[in-house]
Write a protein that binds this ligand. Structure first.
Ligand code: ADP
Length: 416
């Protein structure tokens, strides 16, 4: 294994795995830190954690365990993957995890670059944009778990890390990899360790990728990983073969626990042509709506059934006010995990899930140790094989076009 990746959630990890696979690497995604060694031939291993929204100390411990395993597999470079909307709070977990990994690897300066221009996320003068809006006007300011209320990544990251935060601006990135390397070194000389690097287009990400060819640690969204396979290919170290995709033809069900704007649009679009079970969070939390009932409902439907907790921000806020943010999230995530188990036990072979945390809970609930990376469904979302009779699409909240659910079901069925 050449490149070792630590993802702070499951959908983000499959997004990263997708990017690396498209870049020509043989990629496997592991759900949590594996017990044994990786299968032979894996060039990039992505350890998917569920560490984005847990306590910072736990996020650091999980990430360090992942680092140790990846080092045991021989990895030469470590990539810490977080969300392209930089989902975190003033306490973490991006800063504390990046600090701990940098300490362990003796790394620095360390690139911080959540940009993903293909999905509309760009970083300019240290500020993160989603499309033509600043991050804090994109809807992310109302995220249920990590409300992003400041678009200045330097200011947002500062309370999360022990060292000053540096910055490499877009005009320097435009000058090429050597200029980026020099600017990173200059920032480090001034005391910075984590350095926010601007990126407006994929070309910038490739430049940054070349600049960090020898860095022990790189951090960012999946975008900045665009440039990493090329470094290994340039030194002739990639085998260059990808296995063919074979989907599954059995029943398909969609589970949505994401309340992000894109998912709300997808749920609304899906409603026009397919059956939707709208969950009442109060009834789920009270145990009145059970996973078995939801699974039975889904299997009795025609078309592509969707089981959804997706709601407008005001309704989410009301549920959180009644039950507490963590308790509501835990109950709904546990419900989706148990529903996924019930569905698979009843013969479902294709699962589509919306929501980073939700998808993490589902994959954990299903106990899938590793996922093979298949074709891309939408930017950042690959088809995945989770076992001999199960394929999945795990969609982070804001990814995918309006018809994502039907598109995912189709790709998951290809070649069956
Ligand atoms: P996204 O990728 O869109 O951020 P996540 O699944 O990561 O989606 O996060 C959404 C969180 O909100 C989950 O913990 C989910 O259980 C919770 N949630 C979903 N629907 C509701 C709701 N109606 N009320 C309160 N919380 C909800």
């Amino acid at each position: 294994m050449l490149l070792g990746c630590i993802g702070d959630d499951f959908t983000g990890s499959s997004d990263l795995a997708n990017t690396l696979a498209k870049g020509g690497m043989a990629v496997a995604q592991y759900n949590g830190v594996p017990d044994g060694p990786a299968a032979p031939g894996v060039e990039a291993g992505v350890v998917a954690l569920k560490s984005r929204s847990v306590a910072p100390g736990l996020a650091v411990r999980q990430s360090m365990a992942a680092l140790n395993w990846l080092q045991d597999q021989g990895c030469e470079q470590i990539f810490f993957k977080y969300c392209s909307t930089f989902d975190s709070t003033p306490h973490g977990n991006i800063g504390p995890v990046a600090d701990a990994l940098a300490d362990a690897l003796g790394a620095g300066p360390v690139v911080v670059c959540p940009a993903f221009p293909g999905a509309g996320r760009t970083v300019y003068l240290g500020h993160l944009f989603v499309g033509d809006r600043l991050l804090n006007e994109s809807g992310m300011e109302r995220h249920p778990l990590t409300p992003m209320t400041d678009p200045d990544l330097r200011r947002w990251l500062a309370p999360q890390t022990r060292h000053p935060v540096g910055h490499v601006p877009a005009p320097v990135v435009a000058q090429g990899a050597a200029a980026v390397r020099a600017a990173l070194a200059a920032q480090a000389a001034e005391g910075a360790r984590l350095v926010v690097v601007d990126a407006l287009a994929d070309a910038d990400l490739r430049t940054i990728g070349r600049a960090v060819a020898d860095a022990p640690l790189v951090t960012g969204g999946s975008g900045v990983a665009l440039g990493l396979p090329g470094n290994f290919a340039a030194s002739g170290r990639l085998a260059g073969a990808r296995p063919a995709w074979r989907g599954e033809g059995g029943p398909c069900v969609v589970l949505s626990g994401s309340c992000s704007a894109a998912t709300r649009g997808q749920v609304a679009a899906h409603r026009a042509g397919h059956p939707v079970l709208d969950l009442d969070p109060d009834a789920v939390i009270a145990g009145e709506t059970t996973p078995e009932v939801a699974a039975d409902w889904a299997l009795a439907q025609r078309g592509l059934p969707l089981i959804s907790a997706t709601a407008e921000p005001a309704r989410v806020a009301a549920v959180q006010a009644r039950h507490g943010r963590e308790a509501a999230a835990a109950a709904l995530e546990g419900f989706f995990a148990a529903t996924a188990r019930a569905l698979v036990a009843r013969g479902v072979t294709r699962l589509v899930t919306a929501g980073g945390e939700t998808s993490g809970a589902v994959v954990e609930g299903l106990g899938l140790p590793a996922l093979d990376i298949g074709p891309e469904i939408a930017p950042g979302v690959p088809a995945l094989r989770g076992g001999p009779a199960l394929v999945l699409a795990l969609k982070s909240g804001n990814f995918g076009g309006p018809d994502f659910f039907a598109e995912a079901a189709a790709v998951l069925g290809q070649g069956a």
